[in-house]
Write a protein that binds this ligand. Structure first.
Ligand code: I4D
Ligand code: MG
Ligand code: MG
Length: 282
């Protein structure tokens, strides 16, 4: 059967690869002017803004009725609304801190939802030149090769990915370290941070790490890569073990439910302001 969204997915792949190769990688050769958003450690550059505008413009020309949630557009005051309408969910640079410092994990992330369900996800890891793609019901791939989550069932034989985020509120930082301590003391083989939610989730999809958890990231960090995880056979859940909610800013992505639930028991959960809270949706 013909795939209704194949053209759109092809467009996302071309746009993400083009932006990653021609804009992000080129910008890494030059001085990067760094600006801040919500705090002094929440970074943004002109490259983030340029990539987002390039992708949105190219999509608008082809699909004038489609909607957008873009990280830098929301930062500039655009609403963050996930409706039933076809919506492109864009993180122009996932891993901006990495980008600023030349730490080599930087991704362009493009998710696409219809009826609040992710139809396809595209994550281009710019420096690794890896194109991660997933289409709902049709599997996950890296550079065209199928992906499968790890078969590990013993959490004690697992590697877990997480991030420290950009919230330096002492209570939030204490919670992060308390969770990290508990996870390490399970004990697991190790804990890793790629510096980007999207790449951490692609690592789960690739079978390199068994689970990734974080609180405080946003819908644009998760949208595309969430489908990579499930289409590779993994599961998504809330950090307290309940159903995953794309707008909640909380996630566990795991290779299977039992490892996900085991990690959930160790997390000191908090509730960040949701992406669909009124201040973000007007
Ligand atoms: O702002 P960008 O798009 O680089 O994304 C975020 C990461 O993806 C988070 O996992 C991570 O924890 C950081 O909060 C980071 O900001
Ligand atoms: Mg991001
Ligand atoms: Mg970003």
């Amino acid at each position: 059967m013909a795939d209704l969204w194949q053209d759109a997915m092809d467009h996302a792949v071309t746009a993400a690869r083009g932006a990653g190769r021609q804009v992000v990688r080129e910008a890494l050769r030059e001085d990067r002017k760094v600006m801040t958003k919500s705090s002094s450690v929440d970074l943004v550059t002109q490259t983030d803004q340029k990539v987002e505008q390039l992708i949105i413009q190219s999509v608008k020309e082809k699909y004038p009725t489609h909607r957008f949630i873009g990280e830098e557009s929301v930062a500039a005051g655009e609403p963050c609304v996930l409706s039933d309408e076809p919506t492109w969910i864009i993180d122009p640079i996932d891993g901006t801190t990495n980008f600023v410092h030349g730490f080599p994990f930087v991704a362009v992330s493009v998710g696409f939802s219809v009826n609040r369900q992710i139809e396809f996800g595209v994550v281009y890891s710019c420096l690794e030149d890896k194109m991660f793609t997933a289409r709902r019901g049709r599997g996950s791939f890296c550079n065209g090769q199928p992906l499968q989550v790890s078969a590990q069932t013993d959490v004690g034989q697992s590697v877990i990915a997480t991030e420290f985020g950009s919230n330096r509120d002492p209570e939030v930082v204490d919670g992060i370290f308390s969770s990290l301590r508990n996870v390490l003391a399970i004990p697991v083989h190790g804990v890793r941070s790629a510096g980007t939610a999207a790449i951490n989730m692609c690592l789960v999809a690739s079978g390199c790490v068994e689970a990734y958890y974080e609180m405080g990231m946003h819908v644009w960090d998760l949208a595309a890569a969430s489908l990579l995880v499930t289409e590779a056979g993994g599961v998504l859940m809330d950090v307290e073990g309940g159903p995953f909610d794309l707008m909640s800013r909380r996630v566990i992505a795991a290779n299977n439910r039992s490892i996900g639930q085991r990690i959930a028991r160790e997390i000191r959960a908090y509730a960040p302001v949701r992406d669909d809270a009124p201040a973000h949706t007007q």
